[in-house]
Design a protein around this ligand. Sequence first.
Ligand code: NAD
Length: 307
Amino acid sequence: MVEKPAIAVIGAGLMGAGIALVFAAAGHPVALFDALEGARATALPRIRDNLRAVGLDPIAADAITLHAQLTKAVANADFVIEAAPEDLALKQALFVEIEDATRPTAILASNTSVIPITAIMARLRNKSRALGTHWWNPPYLVPLVEVIRTVDTSDAAIDATLKLLVSVGKTAVEVKKDVPGFIGNRLQHALWREAVALVADGICDAKTVDDVVKASFGARLAVLGPLENADLVGTDLTRSIHNYVLPALDRSTAASPYLDRLVETGRLGFKSGEGFRSWSPEQQSALRERVTNHLRASFGAPVSARE
Ligand SMILES: NC(=O)c1ccc[n+]([C@@H]2O[C@H](COP(=O)([O-])OP(=O)(O)OC[C@H]3O[C@@H](n4cnc5c(N)ncnc54)[C@H](O)[C@@H]3O)[C@@H](O)[C@H]2O)c1
């Protein structure tokens, strides 16, 4: 790949605009496509606001060209990242159009949260250059990007993608099999399943679950991964704990009936003011600010070509 590969981002929503910000700040030319006029109109102001919020010069957004036509956006790209809505048929159709309009050497990536990459890329003629890049929100503050390999993805496409992501300051890891939830969401939702079960079974309330995590292993997690921790305490102790506790853990293979009840009674979380817990507008802003400040303090600003 050339020194600053040209990037095309498909979808200028929460994730697409954030991904465009990361590459533009690092000095890459970025073509940003969205099918909706409203999203195109607000994209650059949102990106400039977010650059300011992380302490970078909003002029970095000048590296981004907005497009109303997909084929024009991807024509000169070395690397295409799709961040359109989470809809398999839509993503499949987009990649068919992208494959026809882009250079044969361009790498094609989807930022899907949960849809198998193999299914999204099923209609491509050349699947060797297709893979997943699973970014986390907000993409310009959370370092991780999971790079997902399918059985068709070439080593060269994986290596070039990992290298590109590292060059813009991301922590890029390879997911060697295209499994649902990749790595991060499998771990996260294994914990959430048990958290819901503790509340549903009356062992504690939702605030207590959150307090327990934040005041104990959650506080260590950013510097001590679970398997480092298992080695630290000893694999022998870990085995004996597992033999006692695993039979008692929740093993449901569908969402909890407790969660069904919340949804069916309109307790949807922030958007309705109540979910597992109640949320006033002030509490919602305070929580969002707390998370952003924590991520900024932990990881700093994105890589900037201007410094
Ligand atoms: N939100 C998250 O935390 C998160 C995290 C990781 C991955 N993802 C995944 O990233 C993708 C985008 O999610 P998001 O949260 O940015 O959604 P979003 O709704 O904020 O953005 C989607 C954008 O796609 C645009 N769009 C609609 N139809 C389109 C089309 N035909 N072509 C191009 N663009 C089109 C919309 O106008 C919108 O701007 C989804 O696959 C989602 O699952 C989301």
